[in-house]
Design a protein around this ligand. Structure first.
Ligand code: FMN
Length: 165
């Protein structure tokens, strides 16, 4: 991905399947689909997120994320899903769901999330059994953890886009 998208959005609730059913808590980013016809009314950050959601190829990506709320404002490795979650036909909107590869002490709904998308892992897939999705997500997590270790990608965690506290 060149240039690497820098995204800033509120964290909103998804279907709640991520942590309960699958065991992977994802932080759904708020995409202002309600301003699709009037993007000029959005803040530049909201417009960037909407543009990214509209144009991004559905799939899994790796990057760095920071939840800027509470005591834990670290920048952590992230595996992110962008798309329609075809395994679950009740999903009607294209979502941006980062799975931050870190154990947070508290939930951070409503806080702001900053994310730099660094690269593509694979297209999204429709799994017949959600157990196969769990296996795929676990492998995505391992791949993202490892890939983000390389010096060039590790350096992006220090980007000035991430607020330091
Ligand atoms: N959903 C799919 O239908 N197909 C996929 O290939 C897929 N890959 C994913 C990979 C990662 C790393 C993550 C974090 C999620 C992936 N998902 C995929 C999305 C999950 O279906 C989604 O996160 C889950 O349904 C939880 O959604 P919720 O937060 O709205 O409850």
């Amino acid at each position: 991905l060149e240039p690497m998208p820098h995204l800033r959005a509120q964290v909103v609730r998804g279907f709640g399947r991520g942590s309960k059913l699958l065991g992977f808590p994802t932080a759904n980013m708020n995409v202002r689909w309600d301003f699709m016809e009037t993007p000029e009314k959005l803040t530049p950050e909201e417009r960037d997120v909407l543009d990214f959601a509209r144009s991004c190829e559905p799939g899994i990506y790796y990057g760095w994320a920071q939840g800027s709320n509470g005591a834990d404002s670290g920048v952590y490795k992230t595996a992110m899903s962008v798309g329609w979650n075809p395994t679950f036909p009740d999903v009607k909107a294209k979502t941006i769901e980062p799975w931050i590869l870190h154990d947070y002490a508290e939930d951070f709904y409503d806080c702001e999330l900053r994310l730099i998308v660094c690269g593509f892992v694979r297209p999204e897939a429709k799994f017949a059994d959600f157990k196969d999705l769990i296996v795929a997500i676990r492998e995505d997590g391992d791949f993202c953890r490892e890939t983000l270790e390389t010096a060039e990608l590790a350096a992006i965690a220090k980007d000035l886009f991430f607020v330091s506290k």
